[in-house]
Design a protein around this ligand. Structure first.
Ligand SMILES: C[S@@+](CC[C@H](N)C(=O)[O-])C[C@H]1O[C@@H](n2cnc3c(N)ncnc32)[C@H](O)[C@@H]1O
Length: 219
């Protein structure tokens, strides 16, 4: 497989949550959607270090979702793996997180996005509820993996989603449904006040749900 990464075949994805996973240990079953430095072999167990993000990546692959020519924003990017995939799938992507997480995301982007596509992957600080007005409204796609886990941040996250999501936007959120983090309170209580959401996919074994969410202005 061709590797277009400046860093060669080994490109560790590391992030604020303590992940440190060589990209080449991760895989997607469709050769068309392999990431640079990321061989295609079928070994599902290797997805475990980033389960929510990788469940979302796998879902995009299975759905053959096209990001070509689309504006995409990732919230709470962490390692940046979801945003990197969206960039490699043709999106014009803004990867965001708290300021302290940006350096690592930038490095992961630099290592895994070919130089000619780097202009389509911007890394920016976005603290939910704080500076979302610096960002566009009506992104085509708004993505978040494992960002519904701190109950105190839910109202701020909703505020940010309301700003970013226009009538044409689709939000994809993947979450481990943790009772102790009141994840269901977010999806069943807060989100439906402003959005229409449907369960797009469920991984019963990992207890991970993926929700497809749109603005109520759509209906
Ligand atoms: C559990 S990690 C998930 C990281 C990545 N999306 C993944 O699935 O591997 C949650 C992410 O949300 C970010 N985050 C937490 N609170 C935030 C806030 N108030 N504003 C913006 N990002 C926040 C964290 O910095 C972290 O990167």
């Amino acid at each position: 497989m061709a590797s277009t990464s400046e860093a060669g075949a080994r490109s560790p994805v590391t992030g604020c949550c303590g992940y440190n996973q060589p990209l080449e240990d991760l895989c997607f079953s469709s050769p068309a959607l392999c990431l640079p430095g990321w061989p295609c072999s079928a070994s599902g167990s290797l997805f475990s270090p980033l389960p929510k993000a990788l469940t979302l990546c796998k879902y995009f692959e299975e759905q053959k979702l096209s990001f070509w020519g689309k504006t995409v924003i990732e919230l709470g990017a962490g390692t940046g793996i979801v945003g990197i995939l969206a960039t490699l799938l043709g999106g014009d992507v803004t990867l965001t997180d708290l300021p302290l997480a940006l350096k690592q995301i930038q490095e992961n982007v630099r290592r895994n996005v070919p130089a000619e596509h780097l202009a389509r992957a911007r890394v920016c600080a976005l603290t939910w509820g704080l500076n979302h007005e610096e960002f566009l409204r009506d992104y085509d796609f708004i993505l978040g993996a494992d960002i519904v886990y701190l109950k105190d941040t839910y109202p701020m996250l909703i505020r940010t989603l309301r700003h970013l999501c226009g009538p044409h936007s689709t939000i994809y959120l993947s979450s481990k449904m943790r009772q102790e983090h009141s994840t269901a309170v977010f999806y069943d209580g807060l989100l439906p006040e402003h959005f229409t959401s449907e369960l797009a996919y469920r991984d019963e074994t990992e207890n991970i749900n993926i929700y497809r969410v749109t603005s109520k202005q759509n209906s």
